[in-house]
Design a protein around this ligand. Sequence first.
Ligand code: NAD
Length: 495
Amino acid sequence: TTTPARSTSPAVATRLAAEPHLFIDGRRTEARSGQTLPVLDPATGDEIATTACAGRDDVDTAVAAAVRAFDERSEWRRMSPLERGRVLSRIGEAIYANADSFAELEVLDAGKVRGAARAIDVEFAARTFLYFAGWPSKIQGTTVPVSHPGVHVRTEREPAGVVGAITAWNFPLLLCAWKMAPALAAGCPVVFKPSEETPLSALWLAELATEAGLPDGVLNIVPGYGAEAGEALIAHPGVRKLTFTGSTAVGRRIARGAAERIKRVTLELGGKSANIIFPDADLDAAVAGSAGGIFWHSGQTCSAPSRLFVHRDIHDEVVDRLLAEAAALTIGHGLDEGVDFGPLVNARQVERVRGYVERAAAEGAKVHQAGELPDGGGNFFPPTVIAGATDDMECAREEIFGPVVVVLPFDDADEVAERANASDYGLAAGLWTGSVTTEHAMTRKLRAGTVYVNGWGLTDPAAPFGGFAQSGYGRDLGPDSLDGYLETKSLWTFH
Ligand code: NAD
């Protein structure tokens, strides 16, 4: 296989940046705010594009377009369920048709590694649209066995209205799919605010969606800052449903704003996921899976297994083997051949992660780092294993959002279940064991939205994904996600 040479201005980024724009009402639109957003390559610090930056007026324009698209006489509302499904499936196929360019865009915009971006981000974004393409024709009501004579009651499910979606930078394209596909399947128009760090794939996807037959105004993209475009979306009375992926701190603001206006909300927030290796586990698989889970995308994944509980008998061996896995990673620019570990998204994030690691050392934990950082600029931080910490230390409690795993020894199953659950978060948890009894006992006990056994990190559009506790509420993906975008109407007929 040949790997194309690294380019700092991929064709599609250049095209998108040629005229900084938002995407509103089916077309590229200039920002009324007059502001722009620089888009930087995290591996070099180079500016690869400039997009428009939406202000409050721009969000108003976008919501107005979405409200028009939701009018019951609109092309969108009159489209049959099967036709809506066909549009979704054409969007999925358009992602496949442009897979390599999307992968390159994700590398340059979000600091990903080409192979993983193609195999995970792009692949699962396409699959998500294809999965939800089957849903519009299967959203149905019920007949209700009420106890009133001569009265017939049935339910219908209707789209909730205009959706405001706000997302994080760690999976720019994939999060588009997670939010847009179920909303559109349910019949809701969307105003989408990508992270200010990574606006490019959403802008491009909206153009492809329009070419795929999505009517004007159904999908609007307003890149911008949280404090302005984000807050405007939260407050806008035309938005009936908010869906968010990001930090728990911002999630809290969104829940508060939504409460003010009684909007529906789905929140996919942070995590500090516990991953438990029992002494009867297949150790090769457990170490490889745990290292892959935490070091993939340099630890910038919401479900990263960042608290690793290891049975005391195998603790030291696991620490050594994790470090060997870390040392084997090739760190560099995600477009370069052989690289499997990229940068953090920006310099601020590097400083944040460094702060956590330095404070862990100051608190008395042992910090081990491996891997060789490339010369030159770029926001690189080495894979890091922290041992000798205790559960109450900051590094074992807070989400670091970097390639840092804290290894904690345990002695028995009840104890480790209790410690794993003693977290503000509950996004994912996992265990590695050869015993079915341990598996069943532990999967019942662990308080998390996703529990992995003898594996880590897969998602699938058919499987609901979301958190317990402060990792959020509501679910992305699977049939459950549709509930967040639908109202149930009870229809009573008196005969
Ligand atoms: P963040 O919360 O800082 O930002 C997320 C989004 O919120 C961005 O688009 C940002 O512009 C916007 N925002 C910021 N302030 C806002 C405000 N006041 N009002 C409205 N919008 C505002 O998160 P991040 O740093 O981009 O991403 C990292 C976080 O996302 C981590 O905590 C991670 O765990 C979480 N995450 C969760 C999931 C999940 O599915 N649970 C997936 C990916 C990332």
